[in-house]
Design a binder for this molecule. Sequence first.
Ligand code: MG
Length: 445
Amino acid sequence: MQQITRRALLGGMGLALGAGLLPRRVQAERPPNFVVIFCDDLGYGDLGCYGAEKIKTPRLDAMAAEGMRFTDFYCAAPVCSPSRVALLTGRYPIRSGITRVLFPQSKDGLDAGDLTIAEALKGLGYATGCIGKWHLGHLPPYLPTRHGFDYYFGLPYSNDMFVEKRGDPPLPLMRNEEIAEQPANQDLLTQHYAEEAVRFIERSKDKPFFLYVAHSMPHVPIHCSDRFRGKSAGGLYGDVIEEIDWSVGTILDAIKKNGLDEDTLVVFSSDNGPWLVKGPDGGSAGPLREGKGTTFEGGMREPGIFRWPGHIPAGRVEHAPAATLDLLPTFVQLAGGTLPRDRVFDGRDLSGVLRGTGRRDGDEFFYFNADKLEAVRSGPWKLKRAFKGSVYGKPVEHPAVLFNLEEDPGESSDRSGQHPELMQGLEKRMQEFESGLGPVPAMKH
Ligand code: MG
């Protein structure tokens, strides 16, 4: 599969990877480095530049001021594992079979046939590193080192996945495929991830690199180091976010110190919305409705900050919808490759949007929750299908609802009664998309 993928990636260039050659455009100018900083359960309203008042995030606010801040940026699932597979593969999670959260007892994980950003970029000569939470299978065949990453340091699954009576092993902190510390000291995770990220940048600086920093925080149980504990006006949750802000600054400083500012596109986002049922240990969705586990905006709309000095005009606020799904197609395009044609990509190339020279191709976004398609957005309109069930033990029931997200981002005013034809049209688009998926893999667990 890898060889086919690599040929497909380089096919348009008429060059062979086996000869150690890179595409012509890549040889002429260094392709950009990519750094993706991805939080866990961070809310839309948890950063200063997205309206937080008590939590101070000066480095992320500066990153947004120096780059582009998306107001309508989506992750592709309202919980951890499926959101991560979508980011790394550029495809809705249902196409990989990872539609629910994996656990320490899980026997499955990311399939060898799935193409990750790391594999795609490795085929184009990139050094690749994964630091932080993986959560796409903790057994050897599924680890980052088997999916295109040269280096891995972090937790293989969520930081709350230690239930003694269930027989869970103490939380392991891994380096490549070995356990480095067990149980992991969670107070130091954010600090260690930053230090590891800096070391990766320093040792990789002479060739293009892709660094994926997936924070374990602010997923509960929340932890921070002594340096940040008790400092934020936002309580312990604020301390945790302020340490993440410090970590972002540390990574940006390392990029600058190594002379790579204009060669490095840095992206910041999160895997799903805040865990509201966790009370003060959870974040804020700001003006958005609900949070983690739901397909209301609070569950899936996230901060989305892109910084690339000299390429992204500074200080831009972008209102057009975009998603973590878009990262793979965007990075492959910017790295001088072409997407393989053996599969469907749901993400779209954002390079024109980032440079201010073009628009994203298509404005539809489909909201999946596990293997169910629950909602669709097209332009400003969002149709959410009727729902009856429970979200983290809380019963939830609503009829099919229609919102205009430009006028009503908080989804407070159902417009379904006024626009029956629009409702029908959006429902039809969802049915077309579902039938167009074709056979999908069995759900992994
Ligand atoms: Mg999460």
